[in-house]
Write a protein that binds this ligand. Structure first.
Ligand SMILES: NC(=O)c1ccc[n+]([C@@H]2O[C@H](COP(=O)([O-])OP(=O)(O)OC[C@H]3O[C@@H](n4cnc5c(N)ncnc54)[C@H](OP(=O)(O)O)[C@@H]3O)[C@@H](O)[C@H]2O)c1
Length: 360
């Protein structure tokens, strides 16, 4: 079969398509004829050798962790799938014509097999980090890096649980993040102030009606100040929001007196904002990162998923897709021969949704 391999660590050009023996499913595993492989941010780092101290490889090595395809071998003890089923999941060396999966779920009927190739890592990571952070209904949750693979999934899982999500992404992705159900804001200088403004209260002035929206503590509060009185009061979850409107001048001020209004912050982007996120939540225990390994220096946690059974998360994600409450768009497709280009695109750190490698 054809598979992507690399014989030395290096740039995207070390990836090449070679002929190798196809792998076989061992007990508890399945093999698929790969239709597409999801490209994760971890993979270009592995290829570049950035993880060789923690995850040493015997080279030449294959690459890729996520895939979707048609089951063509079933290992001993596997009862939930048959040869010919369409599945997505997680395994090894998935940039190839055949790959062994160690966890899987059926491709939801309303998703294409190419879309499903991008599901596994974002589903497992997003559900794990939401659980570790304790996200629940009524929480206001900041997700830093809301437009990428993990971020897109995390926003939608959190919204589905009844959380209010503030999604941090680039200017070109604000509408996309809003379409996922989050209140979008941009990253860069002034991030914490923008999040506070979104979470604690904003002014809408000049109309004669001042509105204070407090998304604080466990609830959402709206205060209305009528122009004539010039004063509005709003109760915002566990805190109090106060709106002052000076009708004649058209000036309105919204003030949320409820801390920042942010309960939990999840850092997906690893963009060096852990201290700001802790300042927003008021407690390092309410900040979890998947990509900033300096987080523990601030008292916050890093979540890693090595060695976990991903099957429950894949099934939960597939159910949400099937119900129409979760989508994870594929925004770029590459061939096996273009795996280096796929890695270069992934390494920009500005992927909306998912990148996949398709296999004819
Ligand atoms: N620990 C774990 O278990 C685990 C699991 C999976 C992934 N990861 C890691 O988590 C990271 C994200 O993975 P991914 O697959 O979601 O990546 P991705 O698809 O490449 O998305 C990264 C997102 O980060 C956003 N971003 C870039 N610069 C930013 C900034 N300064 N502030 C806030 N957001 C910014 C980008 O948004 P714009 O395009 O809008 O700029 C992009 O949407 C990677 O480093 C990956 O290796 C860790």
């Amino acid at each position: 079969m054809r598979a992507v391999r690399f014989a030395r660590y290096g740039g995207p050009d070390v990836l090449e398509v070679v002929e190798v023996d196809a792998p076989h499913a061992q007990a508890g595993q399945i093999r698929v004829a790969v239709r597409a492989a999801g490209v994760n941010g971890l993979e270009w780092k592995v290829r570049a050798g950035l993880l060789q101290e923690v995850r040493p490889l015997v080279l030449p090595a294959g690459i890729g962790g996520d895939a979707a395809g048609i089951v063509d071998e079933v290992g001993d003890g596997v009862r939930d799938v048959r040869v010919g089923d369409a599945v997505f999941g997680s395994g090894q060396e998935t940039y190839a014509e055949h790959a062994v999966l160690t966890s899987w779920a059926p491709v939801p009927p309303n998703a294409s097999i190419v879309e499903a190739a991008g599901f596994a890592t974002p589903f497992e990571t997003a559900l794990r980090v939401l659980a570790e952070a304790g996200v629940a209904a009524g929480h206001t949750v900041v997700i830093n890096g809301a437009s990428g693979g993990v971020g897109s999934a995390a926003v939608q899982f959190a919204v589905d649980r009844g959380a209010t999500v503030i999604g941090v992404a680039g200017p070109h992705n604000q509408k996309y993040v809003a379409s996922l159900g989050a209140v979008p804001t941009t990253y860069g200088p002034g991030l914490a102030d923008r999040i506070r403004a979104v979470a604690s209260g904003v002014d809408v002035a000049g109309s004669g009606v001042d509105v204070v929206c407090g998304v604080a503590g466990s609830g959402v509060g709206v205060g209305l100040g009528v122009a004539g009185s010039g004063v509005g009061l709003g109760v915002a979850g566990s805190g109090v929001g106060v709106g002052l409107g000076v009708a004649g001048s058209g000036v309105g001020v919204g003030l949320g007196i409820a801390g920042s209004g942010v309960d939990i912050a999840i850092d997906v982007a690893g963009s060096g904002v852990i201290a700001e996120l802790i300042a927003l939540t008021g407690d390092p225990a309410r900040v979890v990162s998947i990509a900033d390994f300096s987080a523990p220096e601030h008292g916050a946690r890093v979540s890693t998923g090595f060695g976990r059974d991903k099957t429950p998360a894949l099934r939960e994600g597939a159910r949400l897709v099937a119900s129409g409450r979760l989508t994870l768009p594929v925004t770029a497709e590459f061939s096996l021969a273009q795996a280096g280009e796929a890695h270069a695109a992934s390494a920009t750190g500005h992927v909306r949704g998912r990148i996949v490698i398709t296999v004819p």
